[in-house]
Design a protein around this ligand. Structure first.
Ligand SMILES: [Zn+2]
Length: 472
């Protein structure tokens, strides 16, 4: 007998044939999809629970291929300062003022936000570039994330310079140990994390996620080559994907010195400013570009989304949530990527809705090496899917052109059922794995405790004198 059977809905599979079953059903046994198809002429199997979708759509859980653990407790802070001021602020919070509860609570909060927007798989870099001294921040972040029920890939790897970095680990009595961190310590921590933190929790993977790969201008050519090779070695030895930031020049440098890193198991975010030669390298090697349409990187320098897709580069769309100015609502970024590319080329035909939907489902699954598990609705795959409540004025009448109506008109808050690994993790906008009210209170306490440690006046980081001017 099935655990769960959903009937009378529009089942958007995102499978290789772009199959839509309308009206259709989908059944779950254990953690997998046991059956899927059209209602007409089907003798439905027995199930412990049957949900009548009443015409609402079910689609694969969204996959957000890039975000930063930590950012949910620092969002909007100092956003008007920008640039180095903002970078220095969040780095100091993550490296010197955060404790274990900060990372656990933030991990749970981020996962709760993502799940409630229909994101069933999230990728997070711990910290900003990231924090890399010891294992406890990433261990706590992973534990917090999975407590909400999400499928989580969290990573660390050597952080961006300058080195050494000053880190603190807090003791229960509030005192702390302070120490310096070198790149070599960061490499060792990366390997230890990937070696020991995989398999600790269900639905979780620890991956290699350095702040940047390629040519980082604060280090010598030799040090950059050593860094790139070490990140690759760890990923290969423990069979995990590599996820990192990269910009113009980085792909060429990797190709010249560590070409074996350029495979479909490498995902490069935010990928702005690439040369023609670099786009060719990406197309030939299959390395992925994870594009965040509202990232600062894309504001400063364009990510050539359409040009890369035309040349056959593998791409996915990500949020880069959540600090300082964006959320984990991947539905917004489906619209943002269309809007920004269409405006740039003055061409409203670019990036049709089906293409964009694949860029937040099956494409990121391929890049992360989990497309045999998730990313589309097919028998035998993990039961990771979402229902959108289309019985609402802004989505009615629903039935024709379901993909266009979802991509153009739905938002994260319209998702009202989330199933991950065969388990209902959110239903009727209520999370099932944790007490959301208690989590919100715990997050407020973690934020207050962390900010008190910084010794900074909150008003310095919050009060923007130009909030209503043309420019801040
Ligand atoms: Zn990022």
């Amino acid at each position: 007998m099935l655990n769960l059977l959903l009937i009378n809905g529009i089942i958007i599979t995102a499978d290789p044939c772009h199959t839509i079953h309308d009206p259709g059903y989908i059944g779950v046994e254990g953690d997998k999809i046991a059956c899927i198809g059209k209602m007409a002429g089907t003798v439905l199997p027995q199930a412990r629970r049957v949900i009548d979708l009443k015409g609402c759509p079910v689609l694969p859980g969204l996959i957000d291929g890039h975000g930063h653990a930590g950012h949910c407790l620092t969002k909007t802070l100092a956003e008007h300062l920008g640039g180095d001021d903002w970078e220095n602020l969040v780095e100091s919070i993550y490296y010197r003022y955060s404790d274990e509860d900060f990372w656990y609570t933030e991990g749970a909060l981020a996962a709760a936000e993502r799940l409630k927007f229909g994101v069933t798989t999230g990728v997070s870099m711990v910290g900003n570039t990231p924090r890399i001294d010891r294992l406890w921040p990433i261990a706590a972040s992973l534990a917090g994330s999975v407590s909400a029920g999400i499928r989580q890939l969290t990573g660390i790897g050597a952080a961006n310079g300058p080195w050494p970095k000053t880190c603190r680990t807090y003791r229960p009595d509030g005192s702390y140990e302070e120490y310096a961190v070198t790149p070599q310590m960061a490499w060792a921590a990366t390997e230890e994390a990937v070696r020991t933190l995989n398999g600790c929790h269900p639905r979780q993977m620890c991956i290699v996620a350095p702040g940047r790969m390629g040519y980082r201008q604060w280090e010598s050519v030799e040090d950059n080559i050593a860094h790139n090779q070490e990140m690759l070695r760890i990923a290969q030895q423990y069979n995990v994907p590599i996820h990192t930031h990269a910009y113009g020049g980085d792909v060429q440098f990797l190709y010249d010195h560590t070409p074996e890193a350029l495979t479909p198991r490498l995902s490069l975010t935010h990928s702005t400013g690439y040369s023609e030669a670099e786009i060719d390298i990406l197309a030939r090697t299959g390395a992925y570009v994870f594009h965040g349409p509202t990232t600062h990187a894309h504001i400063n320098r364009r990510c050539q989304v359409v040009e890369m897709l035309e040349r056959g580069v593998n791409m996915a769309v990500i949020t880069d949530g959540t600090s300082p100015d964006r959320s984990f609502d991947l539905w917004r970024d489906m619209k943002n990527v269309q809007l920004l590319q269409r405006a740039h080329f003055h061409d409203a035909s670019l990036l049709p809705c089906g293409k964009v939907l694949e860029m937040v489902t099956i494409e990121p699954a391929r890049a992360l090496g989990i497309d045999h598990l998730v990313g589309s609705l097919e028998v035998g795959k993990k039961a990771d899917f979402i229902r959108v409540n289309t019985r609402q004025p802004h989505l009615a009448p629903f039935g024709i052109m379901p993909i266009q109506r979802l991509v153009y008109h739905a938002m994260g808050q319209d998702v009202d059922l989330v199933v991950v690994n065969g388990e209902i993790m959110m239903e009727g906008r209520t999370l099932t794995q944790l007490d959301e009210e208690a989590l919100l209170d715990r997050a407020a306490e973690a934020f207050a405790r962390t900010m008190a440690r910084t010794g900074r006046q909150l008003s310095d980081l919050c009060d923007n004198p130009n909030l209503y001017a043309l420019r801040q």
